[in-house]
Design a protein around this ligand. Structure first.
Ligand code: FAD
Length: 466
């Protein structure tokens, strides 16, 4: 019996599971969340469940279709919710299932691990009351709560306006939406955005609704500092050289999304620098095959293309996996999926033009700014390390300063740290490289590590490094 595991029960993973079941397989579907849906279609616990229209807005129909597809898979998949894959050794997955350690040996693996917030910090970002945009949305979707009654949303990216609109719908007082992208970005982004006119129209709708609701919207903003006694009370910002301050109880901020790539790294996949996303991404071919035989990549975990593309890529990668297992697949369906992914890529280019990362962020960052909140490493310490040691590489910077060594393993700080390193060392982002993924990719109880050590396959003396 062939064991195929899918990590991630978002749009990519669910669509892949459906395609594998259709071909007669019984995949293991693993997700650390209690319920399927991934980020966009995140489901609250049953007592907090609300109608799909209230939870997902325009996307309610797609969410319902995906959940119906999952319901139809019952009995035909091995679904493991609340199960974190925290390590991969060859074809062995290490899981934390609830509070229990387990291992799963697989013949083929699909990584559909999605994305998380891309963050460029600003002074005061570690104050209580400052959240990422994704966290602000998770509070709303999964916990039916707001991060504060009076909220400022800041940064850039499509989530900025979407979450602000969702908060106004939920009764939040959105004090302002502060976009750091340049004012002329929408004009320049238009050709790319028109690759998916329907999605672009939704963005325009959110903007119009926010304006109608009287929410102040500002572009070309520089975030100065979150301030307050004990928790955030105001955000200071600048526009065209003029100083402003907006009172608030909470801030949601972010600069787009970044792919969750640690498992691909542990699985041994090759990575390439992606100039569009300005990030290192696991290499995948058009079908979703990684550089490692038997490991497939789908959805935002291998490049941010959004939920619709994630579904297409999930099915396409499932077909590749089936083909590699020797099953015959419908070639015309495979090609249709690849064709359907093309406009999604053009649209993504439009989005990066619309919401670019501030190019001068590293040059402007104050020495006192905390970059790594887990290990409390400042921009000044990173610069001093470069100056004193000549470091030009991310893993060396980590070894010398502990940046990226804490609980988040660099998921929050790596984007900013790479920019600071490149700026201080006078080299390019591709030249500074990327933090290598380390196990455990997220914190696990120490007892789990002990169990895993006992379950590890012994390494023959001739293959040991020591
Ligand atoms: C916080 C957040 C909110 C978003 N909200 C929206 C929105 O409202 N509208 C929109 O259009 N787009 C939104 N996006 C983008 C959207 O989520 C993605 O484009 C889409 O969900 C991608 O689908 P996916 O299947 O690739 O990944 P996801 O939907 O992210 O699913 C990945 C799944 O993998 C699981 N996972 C990851 N790593 C592991 C592991 N090691 N072990 C076990 N499970 C793991 C996660 O729990 C998650 O359920 C959001 C993104 C984020 C990060």
């Amino acid at each position: 019996m062939t064991t195929v595991a899918i990590v991630g029960a978002g749009p990519a993973g669910l669509r892949a599971a459906a395609a594998l079941v259709q071909a007669g397989l019984r995949p293991v579907l693993i997700d650390e969340s209690p319920r399927v849906g991934g980020q966009i279609y995140r489901q609250p616990p049953p007592p907090l469940m609300r109608p799909p229209a209230a939870l997902y807005g325009f996307e309610a129909g797609k969410a319902s279709a995906l959940f119906a597809r999952f319901a139809a898979l019952q009995g035909q998949i091995d679904h493991r919710p609340q199960s974190l894959v925290w390590q991969i050794e060859g074809r062995r997955l290490h899981l934390l299932q609830g509070d229990r350690a387990d291992v799963l040996d697989v013949d083929a693996l699909m990584l559909a691990t999605g994305a998380t917030d891309r963050v460029l910090p600003f002074p005061g970002w570690t104050l209580p009351g400052v959240y990422t945009l994704g966290a602000a949305q998770i509070a709303l979707k999964a916990q039916a709560t707001l991060i504060g009654p009076r909220v400022v949303f800041a940064g850039t990216g499509p989530l900025l306006y979407l979450v602000a609109w969702q908060y106004t719908q939920a009764g939040g007082q959105v004090q302002a939406v502060l976009d750091v992208a340049p004012p002329d970005a929408p004009r320049r982004a238009l050709p790319g955005l028109l690759a998916r006119p329907g999605v672009a129209a939704k963005g325009a709708y959110y903007l119009a609704r926010l304006r109608l609701a009287g929410v102040p919207l500002h572009r070309g903003v520089r975030l100065q500092a979150a301030e307050g006694e004990g928790r955030v009370q105001r955000l200071r910002w600048q526009q065209q050289g003029r100083e402003h301050a907006t009172d608030c109880d909470a801030i949601g901020f972010g600069h787009g999304l970044r792919s969750e790539t640690q498992l691909a790294d542990l699985a041994g996949c090759d990575f390439d620098y992606d100039t569009l996303e300005q990030a290192w991404l696991p290499r995948r071919d058009k079908a979703g095959r990684s550089s490692v035989a038997g490991v497939y990549l789908a959805g935002d975990g291998a490049g941010i293309l959004g939920a619709d593309a994630a579904e297409l890529a999930g099915e396409r990668a499932a077909l590749a996996l089936l083909q590699d297992l020797g099953q015959s697949v419908d070639d015309s369906r495979a090609r249709a999926l690849e064709r359907a992914l093309q406009p999604q890529r053009r649209f993504r280019e439009g989005l990066e033009t619309l919401c670019p990362l501030p190019a001068d962020w590293a040059a402007q960052a104050d020495d006192a700014l905390i970059v790594c909140r887990c290990e409390e490493v400042t921009a000044g310490e990173l610069r001093a390390c470069v100056r004193d040691t000549g470091t030009r590489e991310m893993n060396r910077l980590k070894a010398l300063t502990r940046i990226g060594m804490g609980r988040c393993q660099g998921r929050m700080c790596a984007t900013a740290a790479a920019r600071l390193l490149a700026q201080a060392a006078g080299c390019t982002l591709p030249e500074v490289g990327r933090l290598r993924g380390q196990r455990p990719i997220k914190p696990v109880p120490i007892a789990v590590l002990a169990t895993a050590a006992a379950q590890a396959t012994p390494v023959p003396p001739e293959e040991r490094d020591d």
